[in-house]
Design a protein around this ligand. Structure first.
Ligand code: PHE
Length: 359
């Protein structure tokens, strides 16, 4: 074999042994067999040889090129196989259980809201909803709340100033909004306006609960400017206060999972007559008196009473024909008493250390 060819072949073989990737292999191929590769160039030199040597050189050149091509191919197959094996080895123990991303849980208030609505749905009530931004007619007037009632005070109620929404004309009835006078729009201070909305659109018998967010200018250990209520309303012929008490006793047993003492205390709400506060026997001390019930043995759940005839009249229901009762309970308060949560603030801070305790 001509010396120059032998040198190239030896150099190629040495370089090939060091190749450890398909990319490097390709570079090597180009360096020897590419257009300007060293072996390719040797072929061009053939023309300079005396004619009798040409043939032999050509045959040798072909052998060298074939040998290089074969070696490249072999090396390429080997590298591919090695890469495949590495890839398979990388897939670790397939029998390991997958890592599950930690799932969140329902907020304690949402849990209470679900349980409340389930309890009342079992008792035959359906769910009704109403807006958070409410007209004072539904929040106060139709509920027989007089114009000078303290609840209407700026210090108790969040009033909303009507204003134009520039650029929102497609979605917002700006003209209707501007016809509202100051003091006519409020963040609903209770869920009772849902009573009015229901009675204006449905005829008795009516049996609904409304569950949702309510707002008042209040902030301390047991009050928050945003809180939650559940409202119940039952209207039909011959509904009495005895039905109210029986329903609330059934509900209490269903919700707390056992029989608890219940009591009515006479109280005043403009939209009921007679009106009462509804208390349950403290679920923690069984009525003996503890910190949670402030040593009274009872926990206050909310207000209730027989729907006032003036409310029926405002809603177009004949008070001579129909009677009904309503209640409004504090959902946050019920949740706090159920889990012995000391401060209402915990409910709305979103602290994971608190929320984790309600799986
Ligand atoms: N709406 C009353 C409140 O928020 C509760 C209530 C509802 C009382 C229905 C009587 C009847 O305090």
């Amino acid at each position: 074999m001509p010396a120059r060819l032998a040198t190239q072949l030896a150099a190629f073989q040495e370089a090939l042994a060091r190749v450890d990737s398909e990319a490097a292999l390709y570079e090597l191929q180009v360096a020897y067999l590419g257009k300007k590769g060293t072996v390719t160039q040797l072929r061009g030199e053939m023309g300079k040889l005396p004619p009798e040597e040409r043939k032999g050189f050509g045959a040798e050149w072909n052998r060298v090129r074939n040998a290089i091509e074969a070696a490249l191919e072999e090396r390429r197959a080997y590298l591919k196989e090695q890469a495949r094996r590495l890839d398979l080895a990388r897939v670790e123990d397939l029998t390991l259980p997958p890592l599950r991303p930690p799932a969140g849980t329902l907020h304690p208030l949402s849990q209470t809201r679900r349980r409340l609505s389930e309890s009342f749905q079992r008792l035959g009530f359906s769910l009704a909803v109403g807006p958070h931004v409410e007209h004072s007619k539904y929040n106060f007037d139709d509920l027989n709340v007089p114009k000078d009632h303290p609840a209407r005070d700026m210090a108790d109620t969040f009033f909303i100033r009507p204003h134009r929404h520039p650029g929102f004309d497609d979605h917002t009835d700006n003209d209707a909004a501007m016809r509202l006078r100051a003091g006519e729009l409020v963040l609903r201070t209770h869920t009772s306006p849902v009573q009015v909305r229901t009675m204006l659109t449905q005829k008795p018998p009516i049996r609904i609960v409304a569950l949702g967010t309510t707002f008042r200018c209040d902030d301390d250990a047991t009050h928050s400017p945003m809180f939650h209520q559940i409202e119940g309303l039952y209207v039909d012929r011959g509904v009495t206060m005895a039905d109210l008490k029986a329903t609330l006793m059934d509900f209490t047993r269903d919700f707390y999972g056992r029989r608890l003492d219940v009591r009515f205390r006479p109280s005043f709400f403009p939209f009921v007559e007679p009106g009462a506060e509804f208390d349950i026997g403290c679920p923690f001390c069984g009525g003996d008196g503890c910190n949670l019930c402030k040593r009274t043995g009872y926990i206050e759940i909310g207000g209730c009473g027989m729907v006032h005839p003036a409310v029926f009249e405002a809603c177009g229901i004949d008070p001579e024909v129909y009677t009904g009762w309503a209640f409004g309970f504090g959902v946050d308060r019920m949740t706090m008493s159920q889990h012995a949560v000391p401060h209402l603030r915990h409910m709305f801070e979103g602290d994971v250390r608190f929320l984790e305790q309600f799986p």
